[in-house]
Design a protein around this ligand. Sequence first.
Ligand SMILES: Cc1cc2nc3c(=O)[nH]c(=O)nc-3n(C[C@H](O)[C@H](O)[C@H](O)COP(=O)(O)OP(=O)(O)OC[C@H]3O[C@@H](n4cnc5c(N)ncnc54)[C@H](O)[C@@H]3O)c2cc1C
Length: 369
Amino acid sequence: MKRVIVVGAGVAGMSFAMQLCKHGIPCEIYDSRQNVSENAERASGILSKKGLEKAGIKYNNSIENNLIGGIVHAGGRELKLRKNRTVAYIIDRRKLAEDMYNELRTGKCAKFRFLKRLTRTELLEFGKDNNNIIIGADGAVSAVASSFGFPKIERYILTYKAVYSKIKIKDVHYVHLFFDNNTTPGFFGWAAPHSESSVEIGIGIESSRKTNSRLAFRKFVETPIIKAMVKDAKYEYEHASIIPVNIRKRTAAGNVLLIGDAAGQVKATTGGGIIFGSLCAKIAADIVYKHITSNAPLQEYEKHWRKRYAKDLKAHMIAHKFYSKLTGKQFGFLLWAANSIGIDSLLSKYGDMDSWLSTINNTLLRKKY
Ligand SMILES: Cc1cc2nc3c(=O)[nH]c(=O)nc-3n(C[C@H](O)[C@H](O)[C@H](O)COP(=O)(O)OP(=O)(O)OC[C@H]3O[C@@H](n4cnc5c(N)ncnc54)[C@H](O)[C@@H]3O)c2cc1C
């Protein structure tokens, strides 16, 4: 009998386990943390309603706020994008992880092993046995990927975020995005309201720019809009983390598959990895099921997920490469141009947070100016 070993109990690892359990195949999930919610708040949870539904993630219990739009700031200009309905949610990442865990525990199909960081030696030992299937769901700095010699991910974003409470938020249903290559080189800053009295402030910078993310964050908090927003606020907590913004060139080899951040299945424009990571995790589980029941090659995973999602992820990579080179002033000019030709209203109407290809198709190609 094959043994399925999942390394990492993040969203990708748990999405994989849920789908595999639907097929009636058990698995073991290892995680170095003491439970699934420990440190879950180091990342944010801005997720499109459409994406959550497509990925089949149960999110109703973990909604903190609903978003109807976003305000983009650059070079002293603003672009307001809005819909007259909820397009995205701010999700409580701890609650989301706990709900996924409870669902898996009830099913009794996945066995969790917490406080167990698998070492390179242990991973290679597991890998030697052809009856074992190893799923690397161990995040941006994947020990599974490095132990089994997968190609490196070339681009990362370093993040720093803090949560503030006891404030009065204006426009509670809008997320603010700030593009300024001086303060946040290669990425952007954000202010995401968790509620009317609490906001998350965060920044990302490209790792190649050799900037200290903590210092960049301190600088960002001193910019006029953010300073005014968190004036007199109560500081709650802060976290540093990392996001891959490149697809790994190979994600399947022998009896090892990589999913989620470990595979680089992240939207490079925004750093969002939950939707694509979960969707690809499900493909991996379907292939593992077919492999166990009818000996289908595990390498099919690579072909299938790339066919479904690589084009979209690459469109995000291209867009990120483009905007990451712009100065705040150049970005501001683009906002002004977008406003002038009315792209804001088209994006508001036809934009898709997850699929840039459908955004381009719907907004630019189908519409005549
Ligand atoms: C600041 C920030 C903001 C973000 N905002 C968003 C957002 O708004 N929307 C969105 O969609 N995405 C967002 N993301 C990205 C999103 O959080 C990730 O894409 C997602 O969490 C990746 O899930 P994962 O399961 O692949 O990896 P992870 O969540 O990183 O889980 C990997 C797990 O593996 C475990 N592990 C690692 N090595 C080992 C080992 N050797 N042995 C055992 N266990 C191990 C770790 O403990 C961890 O629990 C954000 C990320 C950051 C940092």
